[in-house]
Ligand binder design. Structure first.
Ligand SMILES: [Zn+2]
Length: 391
């Protein structure tokens, strides 16, 4: 893979919640990995992008998508939506279950087969170059420990949202969750009001009884938990708490304030919870980071860390932070043309949607000038790429 350097970086956002900004203006990529971060380029680099003072941050990670197989969603009958999310700066998407699969099987054999198929399929299929972690098994009656061992060995890493499938009682879910976690899987639980007819209302008592890894969309999927329930989850459990675009925007601000008061911003992750009734939202992570900053009073670079490094750490992904040796999944972002803000972080601080100029995945430029965000203020050139095209 060719070498790449990004130079003249105005703001380098690391994705690390403990050290969210780096004092450096140059990133050198070799063999798809971040080779060095500093203030100069040493040696010959085949491709150099002068980012003209724009902002570079890790490719965003959407912690909550509901794909099926391929780049199509039956939920809103949309084609190429995953590739469209890449144009919203999202380079990794994590499934919280594939409930929209037409005729989704609910017997143990079918549940296993679907999870393994989705995991294997998305391991090979990269929409626009983006990475999708698919195959989040939805719990159904009859699954036994050996099933979780088999799924984990076949590449299934996630238990999808508990509460939207057949296993609803905490007593029934709890042993399955222990089996899944003992085989290295991460477990996601729906919280808040009912999402669609047939799903239930899930609060802190359920989270404390079952102890998932993620209390999903505490700001609503789409109906928010009460603040007192969010406080109990923060105070009495160790679960990550997720805020999503397809929930209650005001509650996003409340949740990040509650987490900040407890010095628990390292537990906050960001998703879209899409496709859903609320829709397909390519700019959902950018917009939610804006709400976290503008409504929650959170430094925008910390909101970026919640949507990158925090999620990568939870799922053991070798990306999501800009550090030497990590996978070179990066975005070049800026203030959108016409914004009161002067750069990408300034835009997030006032909940303007930043411009995504380009996305790099595994060291390759996947597009120049997002087809979905506004254009950037700065004039950035990538000599070898036609705007709107890929490398
Ligand atoms: Zn949900």
């Amino acid at each position: 893979m060719s070498d790449l350097a990004l130079t003249n970086i105005g703001t380098l956002v690391t994705g690390d919640i403990d050290r969210p900004l780096a004092d450096a203006d140059t990133i050198v990529v070799r063999d798809g990995k971040i080779h060095s971060i500093g203030s100069s380029v040493d040696g010959d680099i085949e491709r150099v992008i002068d980012v003209a003072g724009a902002t570079v941050m890790p490719g965003l990670i959407d912690s909550h998508v509901h794909p099926v197989i391929g780049d199509f969603t039956p939920r809103q009958r949309t084609l190429d939506f995953l590739e469209s999310y890449l144009h919203g700066g999202v380079t990794t998407m994590i499934s919280a279950g594939e409930p929209h699969t037409p005729g989704r099987p609910t017997d143990p054999a079918g549940v296993k087969a679907l999870a393994i198929l989705a995991a294997r399929s998305f391991a090979k299929f990269r929409p626009g170059g983006a990475k999708v972690i698919g195959g989040a098994v939805l719990l159904e009656e009859g699954l036994i420990e050996a099933d979780f061992a088999e799924m984990a060995a076949a590449g299934v890493r996630i238990v999808g949202e508990i509460g939207i499938s057949g296993v609803k009682d905490p007593e029934q879910a709890e042993p399955m969750v222990r089996w899944a976690q003992s085989h290295g899987m991460k477990v996601v639980m729906h919280t808040g009001g009912a999402s669609i007819p047939g799903s239930g209302v899930i609060g802190a008592d359920y989270v404390l009884a079952v102890r998932p890894d993620v209390a999903a969309h505490v700001n609503g999927g789409p109906t928010a938990l009460r603040s007192s329930e969010v406080e109990r989850i923060l105070d009495e459990s160790e679960a990550m708490i997720e805020v999503v675009h397809n929930g209650n925007a005001r509650a996003v601000g409340d949740v990040v304030r509650l987490a900040a008061e407890r010095d628990a911003l390292g537990r906050v992750i960001v998703g879209t919870d899409s496709p859903a009734g609320t829709g397909v939202v390519p700019l959902g992570i950018l917009r939610t980071m804006g709400w976290m900053s503008a409504l929650g009073g959170m430094a925008p670079e910390l909101a970026v860390a919640c949507a990158t490094g925090n999620t990568a750490k939870l799922h053991g992904l070798d990306r999501g932070v800009i550090a030497e040796g990590k996978e070179a999944d990066l975005i070049i972002a800026d203030a959108p043309l016409g914004s009161e803000a002067g750069d990408a972080l300034g835009a997030l601080a006032i909940a303007d949607t930043p411009a995504v100029f380009a996305a790099v995945v595994d060291g390759e430029v996947r597009f120049v000038k997002s087809r979905n965000t506004p254009p950037p203020v700065r004039n950035i050139q990538v000599p070898w790429v036609q705007a709107g095209g890929s490398h």
